[in-house]
Design a protein around this ligand. Structure first.
Ligand code: NPQ
Ligand code: MG
Length: 369
């Protein structure tokens, strides 16, 4: 199927967070998001870039993503039409910039699927019509604040809690949450690369708390060190930042660097690569789950569709819109019984509501092809 693209709008929006979100790499109070809208012969397609305002989680950042899209990625697309399968091949000669590439490919995919009246879930191979949801809980100023936050999320129906950790905020928060909410609570932690292999002895203390996993304890490129750490911990290691492709996933699995993978489509260059990681992991019996980058409804819709694939056997960070935003730019995603419904409409199944979108827009740029 050939889609002729006439141009691409790069739109920046500013989305205040309902509460500051603190991780081992910094505090965010507002989400600076790049949205991509492609205008094609099949109609429009939308996508959201996962990049943050600063290159801390990974090397990408939102001004950089917009720049590489404008200067290199968008101009590389052919004027005479392309299939979504071709987008990855055309962008492959440009190294890195997975989040920028993902946004462009996803917008093209949305346009093509809308053109044939098929949903993301159906196209990707969703095996269910709703997905169980977890929530990521930031580093707090005190233990009582943490317990209040976790209690509120459990009250909202979240079926799994993930605590952000860093040196000085790790064993104790996990101990008190486990004690307060009991052994049945699905509980995991995410260090965002805050430790080194010299912390291995310290991290074994987490083994007492029956965690589902510890996510990305060591640096992004510490693949071998993660394999060594895995031998010393009973808690399963899950990789996030380290996995930027299906090849990385295959390498990490064969090395024993992880026994679970967090799949974020932006980090790996798009939903097609995300599905390849899912397929690779599934063939090896490795569970996967869908991560999050504080997406608006646009990114959230596609993530919920992906999380419905059969190998996504653990709850994801696919939280409801109100976990992050008082007002989303789409119809909000609202939890029901701890789950979100997989959208069934064509493409993403959601579009930005024009008035809400205009209210948060900070800039717009049109790139003609
Ligand atoms: C993770 N996400 O799994 C990330 C990292 C992260 C939901 O825990 C602004 C935008 C702040 C994106 C903080 C979750 C962020 C962000 C953390 C992503 O590692
Ligand atoms: Mg993570």
């Amino acid at each position: 199927m050939k889609t002729k693209i006439s141009g691409v709008e790069l739109r920046r929006i500013a989305m205040p967070l309902v509460a500051p979100f603190r991780t081992s790499f910094g505090v965010e109070t507002s989400r600076d998001v790049l949205l991509v809208r492609v205008v094609t012969s099949d109609g429009e397609g939308w996508a959201e870039c996962g990049a943050m305002s600063e290159p801390r989680y990974c090397s990408e950042y939102v001004d950089g993503a917009q720049d590489v899209l404008r200067k290199f990625l968008i101009p590389a697309l052919p004027k005479d039409g392309l299939d979504v399968q071709a987008v990855g091949r055309i962008l492959h000669p440009f190294t890195g910039h997975n989040m920028a590439k993902s946004a462009l490919e996803t917008a093209v995919l949305d346009a093509q699927l809308r053109g044939v009246d098929e949903s993301f879930g159906s196209y990707l191979g969703a095996a269910r019509d709703r997905v169980p949801c977890g929530v990521s809980v930031g580093i707090m100023d005190s233990i009582p604040e943490l317990l209040d936050a976790v209690e509120a999320y459990i009250g909202e129906g979240y079926v799994r809690i993930k605590l952000k950790i860093e040196p000085g905020w790790d064993i104790e928060p996990v101990r008190v949450v486990r004690e307060r909410f009991g052994d049945e609570l699905l509980l995991q932690v995410d260090a965002n690369a805050a430790y080194t292999l010299t912390d291995a002895q310290h991290l074994t203390k987490l083994d007492d708390f029956d965690l589902l996993l510890i996510e990305q304890p060591l640096a992004n490129d510490d693949m071998v060190q993660h394999a060594q750490l895995a031998k010393r911990l009973r808690t399963p290691i899950c990789l996030d930042e380290s996995i930027e492709s299906a090849a990385d996933a295959a390498a990490a699995i064969s090395l024993g660097a992880c026994s679970i993978i967090n799949i974020k489509p932006g980090r790996v260059g798009g939903y097609l690569e995300a599905r390849r990681i899912h397929d690779t992991a599934r063939a090896h019996g490795i569970p996967v789950w869908c991560g999050g980058m504080l997406e608006t409804g646009i990114g959230r819709a596609a993530n919920v569709a992906l999380a419905a694939l059969p190998g996504f056997t653990l709850p994801g960070d696919t939280s409801g819109s109100h976990r992050y935003f008082a007002t989303d730019i789409t119809q909000p995603f609202v939890l029901s019984d701890g789950h979100l419904d997989v959208p069934t409409g064509p493409g993403l199944g959601v579009t930005p509501l024009p008035d809400l979108l205009d209210e948060v827009t900070t800039s717009r740029e049109w790139i003609a092809l």
